[in-house]
Design a protein around this ligand. Structure first.
Ligand code: SF4
Length: 359
C-alpha cells in the first residue's frame, strides 16, 4: 500500500491540491490563449476526459484579458503560466486566473514580485514555483555545471524563499527535468525539504511513446513512494492524450480510478478475428466514458474467456465469431461482422446505467 506524504493543502478555485485531496490530473492548452473560442473548446474536450485543472500560456495583455471570457465557458480551475512580465501575472489574476505559475526569480526583482504577491493575496490565488532544468538561474548553472537534481533543488528553495520572505505561503512546486532519473532525484530531495504540495512532471518528455514511458517511469516511482499531489504528463500530442496517460498511471498504481479500463490481448497466431481493429474502435468509442467499467477484448478462446469473464463486459474471438460476456456470464455469440455494433451497444448501455445511477 502506498503511504502518501502529507503536504499542506492549497486550493485552486474549488479544487484542493495537497493534504489528503485526490491526486489531480492536469494539462496545458496548446492553442493561442487569445483565441477564446478555440482555447475554451480544447478545455471542454479535456474536461470530458477528466482534466481537473488547466493551464494556459499568457504571452501578452490580450491573453491575460482572454482569461475572463474563457473562464465563463469552462468549469475547471484555470492557471496562468507567465514568464518575465509581472504585469501579466497581475492582469491574469485580475481577469480570474485561479492560480499562476511563475519563476519568482525571473519576474523582475523584489519590488515587482511584491506587487505580484499582493495581487495573489488579494485574489486568493496560489503560486506555483515552476523550476525547469532548461531555465535555471545563471549562477546556479555555473555552480553545478549541469542542471543536476541538486541544482534544481537550490533553484526551488531560492524561489520558495523569495515568496516566503514576503509572507506568502500558498505555494505549489514543480522541479522538472527532461531526464526521468534527474526528475526522480530532484523530487525526492525536494520532498525531504518542504511540505508544500508538489506538482509532478517530466518536462519535454517527447512524443506519445517516449513521453508516456518517461512519465510513467518517473511519476510511477515517485507516486509509489508517496511523493506528489498533482501531475501533468507532457506529450508532443493532443493534450487529451496527456490526461489519458495521467489517469492510466494513477490507475496502474491503484491511486485513483476514473473511467473505463480496457484490457486487450496482443493477438497471436490463434486469433481468428480482426482484433486490432475491434480494440481500436472500442478504445475510441469509450474515450469520453465515465463509468469505471472493466472491458476485455480478447483474441481467442485460450485466455480470452477467462479475462472476458473477469471483466464487466468482455468479448473473446472465435472462428469468425465473438463471444460476449457480462459479469462472467456468456450472453451472446455474434458473427464477426455484427460484433462491433453489438459490443458497442452493450458498452453504451452500461454507461447509460451508470449515468442513471449517478443521478
Ligand atoms: Fe493469443 Fe488468444 Fe492470448 Fe490473444 S488471448 S494472445 S489470441 S492466446
Amino acid at each position: 500500500m502506498i503511504v502518501r506524504k502529507l503536504t499542506r493543502q492549497i486550493t485552486l478555485g474549488p479544487v484542493p491540491v495537497g493534504g489528503n485531496a485526490p491526486i489531480t490530473v492536469q494539462s496545458m492548452t496548446n492553442t493561442d490563449t487569445r483565441d477564446v473560442e478555440k482555447t475554451a473548446a480544447q478545455i471542454l474536450r479535456l474536461e470530458k476526459v477528466g482534466c481537473d485543472i488547466i493551464r494556459v500560456a499568457v504571452l501578452d495583455l490580450a491573453a491575460a484579458e482572454a482569461i475572463k471570457k474563457i473562464r465563463a465557458l469552462i468549469r475547471i480551475p484555470l492557471i496562468a503560466d507567465i514568464h518575465f512580465d509581472y504585469r501579466l501575472a497581475i492582469a491574469a489574476m485580475e481577469n480570474g486566473a485561479q492560480g499562476i505559475r511563475i519563476n519568482p526569480g525571473n519576474i523582475g526583482g523584489k519590488e515587482k514580485l511584491a506587487k505580484v504577491i499582493a495581487a495573489a493575496k488579494q485574489h486568493q490565488v496560489p503560486i506555483r514555483v515552476g523550476v525547469n532544468s532548461g531555465s535555471l538561474e545563471r549562477d546556479i548553472q555555473k555552480k553545478y555545471g549541469h542542471p543536476t537534481a541538486e541544482a534544481m533543488l537550490e533553484s526551488a528553495l531560492r524561489n520558495i524563499g523569495l515568496l516566503e520572505g514576503q509572507g506568502f505561503h500558498a505555494i505549489k512546486i514543480s522541479i522538472k527535468s527532461s531526464d526521468p532519473i534527474t526528475t526522480i532525484a530532484a523530487y525526492r530531495l525536494l520532498s525531504q525539504k518542504t511540505d508544500y504540495p508538489l506538482h509532478l512532471g517530466v518536462t519535454e518528455a517527447g512524443g506519445l511513446i517516449p513521453g508516456t514511458v518517461k512519465s510513467s517511469v518517473a511519476l510511477g516511482i515517485l507516486l509509489s513512494e508517496g511523493i506528489g499531489d498533482t501531475l501533468r504528463v507532457s506529450l508532443t500530442r493532443d493534450p487529451v492524450e496527456e490526461i489519458r496517460v495521467g489517469y492510466e498511471i494513477l490507475r496502474a498504481l491503484r491511486i485513483r480510478v476514473r473511467g473505463p479500463e480496457l484490457i486487450s490481448c496482443p493477438t497471436c497466431g490463434r486469433c481468428q478475428i480482426n482484433l486490432f481493429a475491434l480494440a481500436e474502435q472500442v478504445e475510441n468509442h469509450i474515450l469520453f466514458f465515465k463509468a469505471p467499467i472493466r472491458i476485455a477484448v480478447m483474441g481467442c478462446v485460450v485466455n480470452g474467456p477467462g479475462e472476458a469473464k473477469e471483466a464487466d463486459i468482455g468479448v473473446a474471438g472465435g472462428h469468425g465469431v465473438g463471444i460476449i460476456f457480462k459479469k462472467g456470464k456468456l450472453v451472446k455469440k455474434v458473427p464477426e461482422q455484427r460484433l462491433l455494433p453489438e459490443f458497442l451497444a452493450e458498452l453504451d448501455q452500461y454507461e447509460d446505467n451508470f449515468y442513471q445511477e449517478e443521478r
